[in-house]
Structure formats: structure tokens, C-alpha cells
Design a protein around this ligand. Structure first.
Ligand code: NCD
Length: 309
């Protein structure tokens, strides 16, 4: 299976077989991700981390992944200290960074930015979130978390709840879950429901998504609850944000209605959509999910950069 040099801009760039291959390799990366085994597979290789939006997990887990594989990361300074602030285009920045590194990870507030970067870069570009677009590596680690937890993805019932309009993690995940034969339900206030384009893609993949605003209607029936943050920074009008802020709050009272083995996930950061009391229940998998970003990104980087275990 050929991955070397591949751009990962959208989850649609990968077939089901390729995703399964990444997940299988991620499994093998776990002892290396934990620092129990060591490898220098990517020694001498450089990954450029370009983050034009806040990030904790994605940026740091890419950095850790690269370090655990024996490679290095090139971190940009704050965007205000980059030549972009002097008026340089993203395309020119990418042309430069490409010549300083072997692969580029890009997070950018504009949808389509990663696709543009891929056009200007000969080395692989990995989309770490483009505005309200896609977040494919988050999806890989989400699938990995579900597969480890439930042993399979086919046939499981997943509710995605929160900001499905602006939440890029939900867009990529809804498509991938359908590709794997899971049943998806989209739970959001009407103004934040899943974009038509994603619903259409899910249907094209054979899915029959349910759309509702009422979590109570589905909580009893689902195997995975994927909670997302209302994406405050993407609302053109702050008063619109205030109307939907705090729409959903997952707490132990709500979870009493759920299956014993319901898995609660969240790409993080959370604001107030999951009560801290949930952290101590058997349902909470979001911190494990965040750790899974390391082995999954190790697997992906090793494939894209052509390293071998
Ligand atoms: C998400 C993102 O940036 O899209 N965070 C992440 O990468 N884990 C989710 C969010 O910001 O709400």
C-alpha cells in the first residue's frame, strides 16, 4: 500500500483499506508512543508544524510523534512574527517551508487552506484543521479509539452532538464512520446542524443519518457519544453564539439513562459541555483518546515519510 508522499487534506483522501492499515500500524506504535520501546526510524527527517490557530493536542502530539520516531519538528513562531504579517501569501510561506522540511502539518482558519498548501508543496501536507472544513488526523485517532474500545466499528451507533455546523472534527468523523458501516445520529440545535454537504456525502456512502436536536431521544440507544465544543471563534455574530452556548451538558444524571458501556468521547478542548464528574465514570474515554493522537500520528508520519519499523 503506497502512502509515501501522500497529502492528507480530507478524510476522503484515504480509502477504507488505507485507514485500516494506519490503524493497524498505530496499534504497533503504542509501546513506542509510551516510551517503552525506541526507534530511530525517522532520524534526520524534519516535520514543519505550521499552526495559525490555537492548538494543544494536535501540535504537541505531532511533535511528540516525530520525536518518538527519532525525527525533529520545525516550529513556527507566532503568526504575528512571521512574514505573513508583512503581507506574504500562504502560498509563498509554504514554498519556503517546504524547502526546509520533509513534510508540513498545517492548521489554518480558512477552509481550503490545506488544499491550497498541498498544491504549492511538493512534500506531503497534512491538514491539522482548516477552518470549519476537515480534520482528518483527528478522525483517524477517533476511529482508533472506538475500535480499541468496541473491537469493531461496523454496526455501532454513534451520536455526534454539539456544533456540527462549524465543528470540523464532526465533518470528517461522520463520513469515516459511515465508510466503516456505523450508524450516525446528528444531535444539534437547528442552527448548528450538520452541513448539507456532509449529510449528502454520508448518504452517498450508504448511511441513513438521523437528525435531531434532542439528546434525550437517543441517549438510551447509542454506543458512542461524541461531544463537541460550540466553536465560538467561527460565529460571525457573537449574539448568535450566546443563543446556542450551553445547549448541551453531559452529566451523570443524563448518563444514568445510557447503556452501561456507553463511550463518551470529545476531541477536546471542552468548555462546559461535559461536567467534570463524568471524568471519573467508566464512560469517559476523552483523555485516552487524546493520548491516541501520538501512536496514530506516528503511524501516519512513518508511512508518509517512508520509515520502517
Ligand atoms: C478540535 C479542533 O481544533 O478542531 N481540537 C482538536 O484538534 N482536538 C476541536 C475544537 O477545537 O473544538
Amino acid at each position: 500500500m503506497e502512502f509515501k508522499g501522500l497529502d492528507i487534506v480530507s478524510i476522503r483522501d484515504l480509502t477504507r483499506e488505507q485507514i485500516e492499515f494506519v490503524l493497524d500500524l498505530s496499534e504497533k506504535m503504542i509501546p513506542y508512543a509510551r516510551g517503552e520501546k525506541f526507534t530511530k526510524m525517522l532520524e534526520g527527517r524534519i516535520l514543519a508544524n505550521l499552526f495559525f490557530e490555537p492548538s494543544t493536542r494536535t501540535r504537541m502530539s505531532f511533535e511528540t510523534a516525530m520525536a518518538r520516531l527519532g525525527g525533529r519538528t520545525l516550529e513556527m513562531s507566532h503568526p504575528s512574527m512571521m512574514s505573513i504579517a508583512k503581507g506574504e501569501t500562504l502560498a509563498d510561506t509554504i514554498r519556503m517551508v517546504e524547502s526546509y522540511s520533509d513534510a508540513i502539518v498545517l492548521r489554518h482558519p480558512h477552509e481550503g487552506a490545506a488544499r491550497l498548501a498541498a498544491k504549492f508543496s511538493r512534500s506531503p501536507v497534512i491538514n491539522a484543521g482548516d477552518g470549519a472544513g476537515q480534520h482528518p488526523t483527528q478522525t483517524l485517532l477517533d476511529l482508533f479509539t472506538i475500535r480499541r474500545d468496541k473491537q469493531h466499528i461496523e454496526g455501532i451507533k454513534v451520536a455526534l452532538v454539539g456544533d456540527l455546523k462549524y465543528g470540523r472534527t464532526a465533518h470528517s468523523l461522520a463520513e469515516a464512520l459511515t465508510l466503516f458501516g456505523a450508524e450516525v445520529t446528528f444531535v444539534a440545535p437547528a442552527s448548528l446542524q450538520m452541513p448539507r454537504e456532509t449529510v449528502k456525502q454520508v448518504e452517498k456512502l450508504g448511511g441513513k443519518p438521523k437528525l435531531t436536536s434532542k439528546l434525550e431521544e437517543v441517549i438510551k440507544d447509542i454506543d458512542v457519544l461524541y461531544v463537541t465544543r460550540i466553536q465560538r471563534e467561527r460565529f460571525p455574530d457573537p449574539s448568535e453564539y450566546l443563543k446556542v452556548a450551553g445547549s448541551y451538558r453531559i452529566d451523570n444524571t443524563l448518563l444514568r439513562e445510557a447503556k452501561q458501556n456507553l463511550t463518551v468521547m470529545h476531541p477536546l478542548p471542552r468548555v462546559d459541555e461535559i461536567a467534570p464528574e463524568v471524568d471519573y465514570t467508566q464512560h469517559a474515554k476523552y483523555f485516552e483518546q487524546a493520548f491516541n493522537g501520538v501512536p496514530v500520528r506516528m503511524a501516519l508520519l512513518s508511512l508518509v515519510l517512508g520509515g520502517e519499523l
